[in-house]
Ligand binder design. Structure first.
Ligand SMILES: O=C(O)CCC(=O)C(=O)O
Length: 274
């Protein structure tokens, strides 16, 4: 059992995030990385750019992380015992690429209301200041802030959504070892810098675990039941898959990713590459 302690919950409530939490062994994290890389080898470009979403639907190793009881215990402590998974994102920064993430709040664009949800960022490689770990602005989750849509080069966000003038001296680096995770609040301001190392930085982000009372207000997406029961039935329920890249799961992922594109670019002036 890895339910959060009262101190951890207090930190989440006050600061808007908790880190680090041990969830996988280093070999489990490495096996997940290997499965991602086997998919990349078999089908180059399938899971990059706008294909980076919902890879858990075609990868049994990522599926098992999404349904990992240590992660779910921690999530339950925050959103309660009925938990749905509404999608996942691979945030990969390769060495020598200029990828970064501008400061933003997830809740501003994701359409999930009310904010009874939490994002799990699971490190499949070490994540540190040198390779562009997440950076969080503590206590910034108390309100929604203005964002500019920059569509700027290197920005790994769909629209380059950016909160300006974040006080860098207040921001905290979230360093994780492979197998650890952080949990962040829907409204916490966060971002990350470029990878200056010689290896990849891989974050597998369950974005997000939602309570069954949460609606998708910008479109629709399927959900998996991770724990408990869903008495609201706001979403189509999709099944778990235990086969690597089965034809059926590839099709399902395509359908879900098309739904996500509609949500991410709703009302946008242009479309980015993610
Ligand atoms: O992986 C990153 O650097 C950023 C991830 C992010 O923005 C998120 O998990 O919401």
């Amino acid at each position: 059992m890895t339910y959060l302690s009262p101190n951890q919950l207090k930190q989440y409530k006050e600061e808007g995030y908790i880190s680090p939490i041990e969830v996988l062994s280093s070999s489990e994290a490495f096996e997940a990385r290997e499965e991602i890389e086997s998919i990349e080898k078999k089908m180059p470009n399938e899971i990059d750019k706008s294909g980076r979403y919902n890879v858990h639907l075609i990868s049994p190793k990522l599926d098992s992380i999404v349904h990992n009881s240590r992660i779910l215990d921690a999530v339950e402590s925050i959103i309660g015992k009925n938990i749905l998974v509404c999608s996942t994102t691979l945030f990969i920064k390769n060495p020598k690429e200029k990828g970064f993430v501008s400061y933003h709040q997830d809740a501003k664009y994701i359409g999930l209301e009310p904010h009874n949800w939490v994002t799990a960022w699971v490190a499949l490689t070490d994540s540190n200041e040198n390779n562009g770990c997440m950076r969080m602005w503590p206590k910034s989750h108390l309100d929604i802030k203005d964002h500019n849509e920059k569509f700027n080069e290197g920005n790994l966000l769909t629209r380059g959504q950016t909160i300006e003038n974040v006080p860098e001296d207040e921001v905290k680096s979230i360093e994780l070892r492979a197998g650890q995770m952080s949990l962040h609040h829907p409204r916490i301001v966060h971002g990350s810098g470029v990878n200056k190392s010689n290896d990849r930085r891989i974050g597998f982000v369950i974005q997000s675990y939602i309570g069954t009372n949460v609606k998708q207000t910008l479109g629709k997406n399927g959900v998996q039941i991770a724990r408990g029961e869903d008495k609201y039935n706001y979403h189509e329920v999709i099944k778990r898959n235990d086969l690597l890249m089965s034809e059926k799961s590839m099709l399902l992922r395509k359908k879900e990713n098309n739904y996500l594109q509609e949500i991410f670019y709703k009302g946008a002036k242009q479309k980015g590459s993610f």
